[in-house]
Design a protein around this ligand. Structure first.
Ligand code: NAD
Ligand code: TYD
Length: 331
């Protein structure tokens, strides 16, 4: 297949690109703005096997140049961090909503299949049970609200213009190359550096953890076997409270448990996410990586790849960290 992968220099997009090259021999073009979260290093080893276009999805000319000759668009490109969406929602609206609109127009013009990568956060928080694809959309943060807006726009292009559009909604991902502002890589790197482990509120919020390769396969599965106009949930095999995740990272890194520090809670912090993935399982997808195995591989990857994260923990990220947590980061 000839695929345009938008946001392919990010954490999940780069994992997807690798899998498509190895498992399917696809012809891949990556379109990526290279924001703080997007790095060519994430495509190390495969850059010679793809076409890389540096550009934004909200830029019609960049999209027109990148899309020519492709059969399908898979859109990962997004602003993705809830805390950043709380301190500055503007870029989330531009990329997540306006950018999606530009891509949908390009897909319509060229008659392409279109897959939108989305999130369990569009459903909001659930105290018990799990969300299905028919659950109401009740996003709580500017991040999840803009992802929901994009999902609705995607459906509208199916209903109005007959675009072959699908959505795959993942639960919280973890694995190699995740930017260390998200819980798991932040805790791993702080634990390895002997820095404090900042747990928001009581630490009892629950997330449904999905290993990144399992999500990449779920997206590919949706692209190949999904029905246009449908959304498919892609949830991980385990749910854990944040404190349990941090405890396991402490065990795997040998860090001092006294590093755990309860800090001010995130405003509007969703209590629990949980997805039912029965619909995607009926198409033949299953998660393959249990949390214990995936987490220990992830810790090992960060131990072995200081070259990848050392530049991140200097520069802009240091400023972000100091502003957000009110203290300097050890490097
Ligand atoms: P990420 O932040 O690691 O990467 C985002 C990528 O998009 C980066 O390469 C960035 O440079 C690029 N990008 C940002 N704005 C752009 C723009 N305007 N034009 C072109 N490129 C742009 O994100 P991720 O964690 O890999 O998430 C990828 C997708 O998966 C997102 O759509 C996200 O909503 C969704 N998702 C993420 C998770 C998770 O736990 N990380 C879970 C479910 C769904
Ligand atoms: P995060 O990785 O930001 O993903 P999301 O908010 O999109 O689920 O956060 C996962 C959970 O970890 C969430 O409940 C917030 C919490 N958290 C902390 O307790 N401390 C931190 O420093 C971060 C970044 C997150």
């Amino acid at each position: 297949m000839r695929l345009l992968v938008c946001g392919g220099a990010g954490f999940i997009g780069s994992t997807f690109v690798r899998r498509r090259l190895v498992d399917h021999g696809d012809d891949v073009t990556v379109l990526d703005k290279l924001t703080y979260a997007g790095r060519r290093e994430n495509l190390d080893g495969v850059l010679d096997d793809i076409r890389f276009v540096h550009g934004a999805i909200e830029d019609q000319a960049a999209v027109a140049g990148a899309v020519s000759g492709c059969d399908a668009i898979v859109n990962f490109a997004a602003e993705t961090h809830v805390d950043r969406s709380i301190s500055g929602p503007e870029e989330f609206i531009m990329t997540n909503m306006q950018g999606t609109h530009v891509l949908l127009e390009a897909a319509r013009e060229h008659g392409l299949r279109y897959l939108q990568v989305s999130t369990d956060e569009v459903y909001g928080s659930i105290d018990s049970g799990s969300f299905t694809e028919d659950s109401p959309l009740q996003p709580s943060s500017p991040y999840s609200a803009t992802k929901t807006g994009a999902d609705l726009l995607v459906f509208s292009y199916f209903h109005t213009y007959g675009l072959e559009a699908l959505i795959c909604r993942g639960s919280n991902n973890y694995g190699p190359r995740q930017y260390p502002e998200k819980l798991i890589p932040l805790m791993i790197l702080n634990a390895l550096a002997g820095d404090s482990l900042p747990v928001y509120g009581d630490g009892r919020n629950v997330r449904n953890w999905l290993y990144v390769d399992d999500f990449a396969r779920g997206i590919g599965h949706t692209l190949a076997h999904g029905q246009p106009g449908e959304a498919y949930n892609c949830g991980g095999p385990e749910e854990l409270e944040n404190l349990e995740v941090v405890q396991r990272i402490i065990e795997l890194t040998g860090a001092d448990p006294a590093l755990v520090e309860h800090v001010t809670d995130r405003p509007g912090h969703d209590r629990r996410y949980s997805l039912s993935s029965d619909k995607l399982k009926r198409l033949g997808w299953e998660p393959q990586v249990r949390f214990g195995e995936g987490l220990s591989q992830t810790v090992q990857w960060y131990r072995d790849n200081a070259w990848w994260w050392e530049p991140v923990r200097s520069g802009d990220y240091r400023d972000y960290y100091e502003r957000h947590y009110g203290r300097a980061l050890k490097v």
